[in-house]
Design a protein around this ligand. Structure first.
Ligand code: NDP
Length: 281
């Protein structure tokens, strides 16, 4: 039976380190959070982020903008925050109104304030093994994997899902640890090869968003399983892996909810403090 890899206790440990770093800064770090309109999902993120920030001694500066703001006006607002020296990091809350393209707007956040780690310069630094601002979900998965004490050198790692926020950056982070990384995606599934890749994974990370995509009996005996997927099935939140069977075969497995999720906000705060540190030098 697998050990449960829960995010909360790990997040608490990491937060202790963040608090020490905050205390060592010259000025209280400031996170500017752009909220357009009042989407309930975005408001829920704001609530949990502001609580996390407050507990860590970080100022959470909420910037609530009207629902009908134009892309140009939003870009201008981001530019103003870029040049505001009191702001260390910027996040744009999702979802945005349909008329606004997140990918376009987010590219205007300056690389040194990009605490979501999505600026091309920050993604590029991952390639060179020099990243300071890492996409939060990929960073969370990495923290959970390393918390098990596993030596990744030469390990067969299979990542299912190749999104820009999870699969691709995580593949680079794992390569940096000399794991043998396979990235499976929709093409792998369509070619009928998903099962054979998953079956040989010593470490399996799944980030797709399809409940039951990974059958429990595909899991290699003793594998470490990180399930990032979030799916609502019959009013319950479940991951992408068939948990009940998988947990009998894996050595470690993340629960959904309660695995990766609780760590992501902590990773955001860690990025904020890293940004503040390099700006206050
Ligand atoms: P995306 O939709 O951006 O990416 C999903 C990936 O899965 C794509 O690479 C897609 O390929 C691939 N895919 C789709 N269908 C299949 C299939 N049948 N077989 C193999 N691969 C497939 O999603 P995200 O990366 O943003 O998120 C993935 C999941 O993780 C979601 O459930 C999301 O809710 C969850 N999530 C959880 C977080 C947390 O904090 N716990 C944070 C972020 C995400 P293609 O694009 O080519 O179709």
């Amino acid at each position: 039976m697998a050990k449960l890899l829960e995010g909360k206790p790990l997040a608490e440990k990491i937060k202790e380190g963040i608090k020490l770093e905050v205390a060592a800064l010259k000025n209280k770090p400031v996170l500017a959070s752009i909220l357009v309109g009042d989407n309930p999902g975005a408001l829920a993120y704001v609530k949990s982020q502001s609580k996390a920030a407050e507990n860590l001694g970080i100022e959470y500066r909420l910037q609530n903008l009207p629902q009908d703001i134009t892309e140009d006006a939003l870009i201008e607002f981001v530019r103003k925050l870029n040049s505001d020296n009191s702001v260390n990091g910027i996040i744009i809350q999702m979802p945005l109104p349909p008329a606004i393209d997140y990918k376009k707007i987010s590219q205007f956040i300056s690389a040194d304030k990009d605490i979501e780690g999505m600026h091309p310069a920050n993604i590029g630094k991952i390639l060179f093994g020099k990243a300071k601002l890492i996409p939060c979900t990929a960073a969370s998965a990495m923290e959970l994997i390393t918390s098990t004490g596993i030596d990744l050198y030469g390990k067969e790692v299979v990542i299912v899902g190749h999104s820009e926020i999870v699969g691709k950056p995580l593949a680079l982070l794992l390569l940096d640890k000399f794991a043998t990384v396979t990235v499976a995606h929709i093409g792998t599934s369509k070619a009928g090869k998903l099962e054979e890749h998953v079956r040989r994974a010593e470490v399996l990370v799944v980030a797709v968003g399809k409940a039951g995509l990974i059958k429990g009996d595909w899991i290699k005996e003793g594998a470490l399983v990180i399930d990032i997927g979030i799916n609502r099935v019959n009013e319950k939140i479940v991951g992408d892996v068939e948990f009940e069977v998988a947990e009998k075969r894996a050595s470690f497995i993340t629960p959904v909810p309660g695995g990766v999720g609780p760590l992501t906000v902590t990773m955001l705060m860690r990025n904020l403090v890293a940004a503040a540190k390099s700006q206050q030098r």
